[in-house]
Design a protein around this ligand. Structure first.
Ligand code: DON
Length: 560
């Protein structure tokens, strides 16, 4: 069957589509002109307003990212980093990646962390990349003036916005928690912690508005030089952190060539190292392409087994080889179809491979939600897929005094202890050890899939190492199992990351027989929630784009 042939109802049921809701979700009709899907409703609305004013997908993505720094402080950020995949409209050029991953400061070293170090300290902060990345993306690909994409975030911070129940609970949780710093309490707790936030309260962030104004007026220099930079360095000095004015001044986001793969007639674009996302995703799709997945339903033991075995092999290679490409040589074979055939040939059909049997060369020892993804497509068909993070929820919990924003704890993503790779999933391999100026390995996988040059799917997710597999699940749902966007996002997901040797499957309750069959093959199956994939897809009949927010968390489709 041709990959874009829609399913009959019977086929859809047999293949395990999660709902038989009509292809078009009544709440998310196809967008005529443009669509933004993001976790935070006011963030998505800012992006949509920018599209309405004539901005392109990059203008909307930059404005959304800045708005999320105000309206979704657990992950939206100025003090973190991320990756943006930009896919032009059909026939208008090649896809590009903006890498704005944080870097280790110049005085960092491979043995700088000890078992006593905590993730909530200035030492865990990487040199932030977000503002440089957004300025680079806008400068190269945006259409509207820079001020026009920064102003909406300033207004949200200066005048405040009405928070919803999810944000109220999140803020209460973090500001009443043990790790809260006094400045974080001052900036993000209600009445300095004397009261709890409720839905429809107004959150105003004056210091953040001032920082954003400096960014509006001076571009990236408004962050990396002058007052903002000095405030960051002051915060570092107060806690014994490593970032200097020179580290900030020399930070530069990079435009990189995306990892490009093909899957059953589609083109897949995702970030290259320092993200592991593109290489792992393409490697896994190459392996899965050698099997006829549709021979069996989506939630059959065979499909899940093949996906889990594929994931283990890709994540093992991830640990073995991947790190910042500016520092380590990444083998080219990882994304080749020939290598995928070899890996596929090694997958036993009825038995789980033990993770430790995959990498005899790597010595083993015994031993929350903080990222966000949003998707944009504009009137022309240009798409932007962005994932951004502070690493942990609310990052290091350190708010730069007087500047109103949180700092990341992205140094966590380096392999902290050389040589220590454990069955619990700690990795100590060489490629991702700390070095001065090096970017830490990421799993962020903002992805765009196109067919004959036209964008058909924009997706990505938070979820640390599970991110890549969340994207893989969505791609398989759409391409192999022809699910519509709502079904593809709702469908239970699965994840295996080599170590721990555990298969996470959201669908254990509905698919008991599959779970027992997987256990019988030797998989250790646990039911775990996975990801938050705000996705846009091309509706095959109308030729328009449909957004699907991920209802596992929160989110909004803003379209016009
Ligand atoms: O870059 C990475 O892969 C991680 N710092 C992302 C962290 C994350 O997704 C946690 N959120 N759920």
């Amino acid at each position: 069957m041709h990959p874009s042939t829609p399913f009959t109802r019977r086929e859809a049921l047999a293949l395990g589509a999660v709902s038989l809701s009509p292809l078009l979700d009544a709440k998310a009709p196809p967008a005529r002109h443009g669509v933004v899907v993001a976790v935070s409703p006011p963030g998505a609305e800012v992006g949509c307003a920018v599209l309405k004013r004539g901005g392109n997908a990059v203008d909307a993505a930059v404005a959304t990212a800045l708005a999320l720094a105000v309206t979704y402080p657990s992950a939206g950020n100025l003090g973190g980093g991320g990756f943006m995949v930009i896919h032009p409209a059909a026939g208008k050029g090649s896809p590009a990646v903006i890498d704005y991953r944080e870097k280790a400061p110049a005085s960092a070293s491979r043995t700088m962390f000890t078992k006593k170090d905590t993730i909530y300290s200035v030492k865990a902060v990487g040199v932030p990349g977000t503002v440089s990345g957004l300025a680079l993306a806008h400068g190269k690909f945006g259409k509207l003036p820079w001020k026009a994409v920064v102003e909406p975030a300033i207004a949200l911070a200066e005048e405040g916005f009405l928070i919803d129940l999810q944000l109220a609970s999140s803020l209460n949780w973090v500001t009443n928690g043990r790790q809260v710093t006094p400045e974080m309490r001052r900036v993000l707790a209600k009445a300095n912690g004397k009261e709890d936030w409720e839905a429809a309260d107004r959150l105003v962030q004056k210091d953040l508005a001032s920082t954003l104004r400096r960014i509006r007026d001076r571009g990236a220099e408004g962050f990396y030089k002058g007052e903002t930079a000095e405030l960051i360095v002051k915060e570092m000095r107060a806690g014994g952190g490593l970032i200097t004015l020179k580290d900030l001044e020399s930070y530069q986001a990079k435009q990189r060539t995306p990892i490009h793969g093909t899957y059953r007639g589609h083109d897949v674009y995702a970030p290259p190292p320092p993200s592991s996302g593109g290489i792992c995703l393409v490697q896994m799709l190459n392996v899965l392409e050698t099997f006829d997945l549709r021979k069996d339903p989506r939630f059959s033991a065979r499909t899940l087994h093949l996906m889990a075995e594929t994931m283990k092999r890709a994540y093992c290679d991830r640990a073995r080889h991947l790190g910042d490409q500016d520092f380590v040589k990444i083998p080219a074979h990882l994304t080749s179809k020939d290598y995928a055939k070899k890996l596929a040939a090694g997958i036993p059909m009825s038995k789980a491979t033990r993770s430790e049997d995959l990498a005899k060369d790597i010595p083993l020892r015994t031993e929350g939600d903080s990222t966000t993804h949003f998707s944009v497509v504009d009137d022309d068909g240009m798409a932007v897929s962005t994932t951004t993070t502070l690493e942990r929820s609310y990052g290091s919990r350190i708010v730069v005094r007087g500047a109103g924003f949180l700092l990341n704890n992205e140094m966590m993503d380096f392999n902290w202890f050389p040589g220590q790779t454990t069955r619990d999933g700690v990795i100590g391999t060489e490629a991702n050890l700390v070095a001065p100026g090096k970017r830490m390995l990421s799993s962020m996988t903002p992805t765009v899939v196109s067919r004959d040059g036209r964008v058909v799917l924009v997706t990505g997710s938070p979820g640390s190492r599970a991110i890549i597999n969340t994207v893989l699940n969505v791609v398989v749902n759409v391409i192999d199992y022809r699910m519509d966007m709502r079904q593809a996002v709702d469908a239970p997901r699965m994840h295996h990351q080599w170590f721990p040797d555990t298969l996470h499957f959201e669908g254990v309750a509905e698919h008991e027989a599959t779970e027992s069959a997987l256990r019988a093959m030797g998989h250790r199956v646990v039911g775990t929630g996975q990801g938050d994939a705000h996705t846009i897809g091309l509706h095959p009949r109308s030729g328009r784009y449909v957004g699907a927010e991920d209802r596992r968390i929160n989110g909004k489709v803003a379209a016009f």
